[in-house]
Design a protein around this ligand. Sequence first.
Ligand code: XLF
Length: 329
Amino acid sequence: MTNMRNIAKEAGVGIATVSRYINNTGYVSEEVKSKIERVIEKSNYRPNELARAIFTRNSKIIGLLVPNISNPYFNEMALIIEEFVSNLGFSIFLCNTNDDPEKERHYIDVLQGHRVAGIITVRSQCKEEYTTHDIPVISFESNISEQIITVSTDNYLGGRLAFDHLYECGCRKMVHIAGPDFSNAINDRYMGFVDAAKEKNLEVDIIQFKTDFQRKMLEANIRTLEDIESYDGIFVFNDIAAATVIRYFKLKNVNIPQQVQVVGFDNSYIGEFLYPSLTTIEQSVQEVSKILAEVLVKLIKGEAVEQRKISIIPKLIQRETTKTFEKLN
Ligand code: XLF
């Protein structure tokens, strides 16, 4: 039976070298690489997809790293990407990083070990880990390196749209509930909101949450917001956090939109199911997911992609958590 030991013996190299080659964990000279490849080629040991991938260095698996699949935006994204790539013969290897760089690093290693054909990484906190191997990578939101293509919404514009809408709906005492500050996307939403407020000479308050990926953690954050009903307008950094804010107001008998108006960000499917349904800033999950999948497949096929930054234009989706203009008059 062909195994690493046999391959090493036949190629005339050490087992550690074969292991470095197969796991892509260190330097192997071109000459040694071709010796190992020749032995692997000769062997017809092809027991399963993983082994095939290891031997041919080319699997039909795409690694998808998301902060946490329990966020509706990310679970919809995973569904759309999976559908798109499966039509092209690829399967998805889904990893939840929990916004933990250690966990993300671990998954990058696992994906390398599985010889994935490409990686889609969402809100990544790692950098060199993506540049020290030759697997094609595309990033949503995080700028990893000059070489790696980033897709992101114009979050700054999104923050401005949220402010302008609340302002037009009559809000004058506003607060922004911002998310974890390691995310460019979240910081840009915050900056857009604050800059638009400055232009109207309005001071806005900011509250910062440390997480958005688990409902329980969000609820714990929200319970600390004592005077939240003293505001008449709230812009929340994403829909799942906005859903938790709405529920909190329900429990406190605060009426939305009569007393407080709320705007989320994402336009994930959860917004329509809420009562009252959520006004939000859309970052089209269809558009984002399709671009991520399409561009990655191009990179896997070795096709050139010129654009390094791909920007999605956000748009206001008005529902029931903000007053309609008729109600204002
Ligand atoms: O990283 C940001 C924050 O949350 C991402 O785009 C999201 O809006 C998804 O819910």
